[in-house]
Design a protein around this ligand. Structure first.
Ligand code: GH3
Ligand code: MG
Ligand code: MG
Length: 464
């Protein structure tokens, strides 16, 4: 997988996890709102039942006070309470809790001008309660209505009492007995039983709902926690993965460039794979190999004579330095031989430059054949060659050159011609400069030319 694909995958995963966390948090918020709504609904439903109980209690209180005192203000209050409960008069604000207890006998109740007329039954329909709870409240209301019937009977007796003085005290007593009698208390008790039933139902349902929401909230919390852990894990994994797969290979690549800068071509690395860095590393090593190869080729070309393929003057000079050091530090015997083809100018003149070239190449082949490692032969320039002998005495070197002289003399060169050469040998000595050695070899060569050519001469010391 490429680095780009890995980065895309990482962002898709992180975005998906983040979106899931946001969605779950939003859902959790709605659950919280649902919980608040459920608790509010529970309180409102509770207040609805309390209102029925309070109005029933207040009606009882007003009716009983009226039958005891005969004060028409209590009858007036009673009628207002009932009219409001039945939706015939406007419902004042804060009506449902302790409303009538706050009005003293000296005060007149003034019905509000604005507001809604709504009966208890109509109010009931507005609330989100179960059908069982609704039935319980309906039945409670039925018993509340039964109580108002008894209270009306009591008021009727009071009316009769006001018309007929002789029956007055008896009717007062009967009216009071109606409101304290067994039937009245039975109906009231039944109403309270229904209300109590309603409270139980309400409590069970709403607490169950609250528990269900709380349970769901815990599940959501767990899911959010798990997703956040996953995100954390993904982030840690990505960190280590990018260090292993991107940062370390890049550092290694930088090391490679530093090595290349210093001229080293050894790249032992651990960068593998098909991703961008792997491709870059392969291109880099390929490029370095090409440079290395080109440098090697250039190096070989720089040290090789183009015509003969023998080591050239530069290669000979390097080898001379090496042998000089070997003589100096290890005391081994080394010699320098300078060879020059005889009358070469005449060959050129007589057979042409091309044959001259081919003669040089042929001579070079003979040298390569006869001079084996550790001996070293090269073209010094023109028709001059150098042989460097290693771990060989002066006499041994001389014998080698003499046998070479014979081989060359016997050989037939291109153009069917015969060629000879002359040579001068000088030993390489520890306290000599290379130039001195060359000068001595040149002097020996000169002597060989002078003494008739096709021969070898030696020169161990500078001529005085
Ligand atoms: P001597 O025996 O004294 O060495 O005589 P010589 O003719 O060999 O020496 P001289 O220095 O007079 O001539 C060397 C010639 O070698 C002159 C030059 O034209 C020829 N020569 C040098 N390099 C090349 C080459 O690469 N190819 C050919 N064909 N001729 C070359
Ligand atoms: Mg020459
Ligand atoms: Mg010559």
């Amino acid at each position: 997988m490429t680095i780009q694909q890995r980065i895309i995958l990482f962002f898709i995963l992180i975005t998906a996890l983040l979106l899931s966390v946001i969605a779950l948090m939003w859902y959790r918020l709605t659950l919280q709102q649902e919980l608040t709504q459920a608790q509010k609904n529970r309180y409102e439903s509770y207040r609805l039942a309390v209102q029925l109980k309070n109005t029933a209690d207040e009606l009882t209180q007003m009716a009983r006070t009226y039958t005891h005192t005969g004060d028409p203000r209590y009858l007036e209050y009673y009628r207002h309470i009932l009219a409001i409960r039945e939706g015939k008069e406007i419902r004042p604000k804060g009506y449902d809790i302790l409303f009538w207890d706050k009005i003293s006998p000296e005060m007149d109740f003034i019905s509000p001008k604005t507001g809604t007329k709504i009966s208890f039954q109509a109010l009931l329909k507005r609330y989100d309660i179960s059908s069982q709870e609704r039935t319980a409240l309906h039945e409670a209301k039925k018993y509340a209505d039964k109580l108002t019937q008894l209270e009306r009977q009591a008021f009727h007796l009071m009316d009769l009492a006001s018309l007929n003085d002789s029956l007055s005290s008896a009717n007062h007593l009967t009216a009071q007995q109606l409101l304290y009698g067994a039937q009245y208390r039975r109906d009231k008790a039944k109403m309270m039983q229904k209300l109590s039933n309603y409270f139980n139902l309400l409590d069970r349902r709403s607490s169950f709902k609250v528990q269900a929401i709380a349970h769901r909230t815990r599940q959501i919390d767990f899911a959010i926690f798990t997703l956040i852990l996953l995100m954390l894990f993904l982030a840690i994994f990505s960190w280590f993965h990018s260090r292993r797969k991107i940062v370390h290979p890049l550092r290694e690549l930088i090391d490679w460039t530093q090595k290349l800068k210093k001229g080293s071509f050894e790249f032992e690395g651990t960068i593998h794979g098909e991703d961008e860095i792997g491709q870059l590393a392969r291109s880099f090593t390929h490029m370095a190999d090409t440079i290395h190869q080109s440098l090697n080729d250039l190096n070989v070309k720089a040290h090789t004579d183009r015509l003969t393929g023998l080591p050239n003057r530069m290669a000979l000079e390097i080898e001379m330095q090496r042998l000089h050091l070997a003589v100096k530090y290890y005391g081994i015997h080394c010699n320098l031989v300078l060879l020059d083809l005889d009358y070469f100018k005449a060959i050129n003149d007589r057979h042409g430059h091309n044959i001259g070239d081919r003669v040089l190449v042929h001579f070079a082949h003979l040298l390569q054949k006869r001079i084996e490692a550790p001996q070293f032969a090269g073209r010094w320039g023109g028709e001059e060659f150098v042989i460097l002998t290693k771990e060989m005495s002066l006499a041994q070197t001389k014998r080698l050159i003499e046998s070479l002289l014979q081989d060359v003399e016997r050989d037939t060169f291109p153009g069917g011609i015969h060629v000879t050469f002359s040579a001068g040998i000088s030993p390489i000595q520890a306290d000599d400069e290379i130039e001195t050695v060359l000068r001595r070899a040149d002097a020996a060569l000169y002597r060989a030319k002078r003494l008739g050519r096709n021969r070898v001469e030696t020169q161990e010391q500078d001529a005085s």
